[in-house]
Design a protein. Structure first.
Length: 150
């Protein structure tokens, strides 16, 4: 029997959500999806947990600092083809932050911006709309949709 293996890259994405229902997105600086809006995130470095990587990437790309222990894991997204660069599996996390949380784009982000959950860009990079929909279904009452109307 011949075995075949696929290279799989491990990434994280972060849904940073304010109590007023705004979601933090970045405008991507590099391909793929250069110029498109996306969740902050990136590769998990050697020796990191997904929570540690999520907190690091959120800080690097947006200036928002959170304790990894405060992140809530939303799940894993692993559909083949979700990233045009190859096989990527991402673990998404939710970070609830105060309404007055400042942001500053950095690293892979051209721009960072708070968006009202019901006024998001028409198209998001990768499968980030699906990740956001999952996060917003479980958001605090009154801040986000409660069903699939996202």
């Amino acid at each position: 029997m011949t075995e075949s293996f696929e290279s799989v890259r491990f990434t994280v994405d972060v849904v940073a959500l304010r109590t007023d229902g705004r979601v933090l997105l970045i405008e991507r600086r590099w391909p793929p999806f250069e110029g498109c809006w996306a969740l902050p995130g990136g590769h998990v470095d050697p020796g990191e947990t997904s929570r540690e990587a999520a907190a690091r990437e959120l800080g690097e790309e947006t200036g928002v600092r959170v304790d990894p222990a405060d992140l809530v894991q939303l799940g894993a997204w692993d559909t083949p083809g979700r990233d045009p660069r190859g096989r990527y599996v991402t673990v998404a996390h939710l970070a609830e932050v105060p309404d007055d949380t400042p942001i500053a784009a950095g690293d892979d982000a051209r721009t960072a911006r708070w968006w009202q959950w019901n006024q998001l860009p028409e198209q998001l990079a990768f499968d980030h709309a699906a990740i956001l929909a999952t996060a917003l279904r479980g958001a605090p009452a009154g801040t986000a949709p409660t069903g699939t109307e996202f």
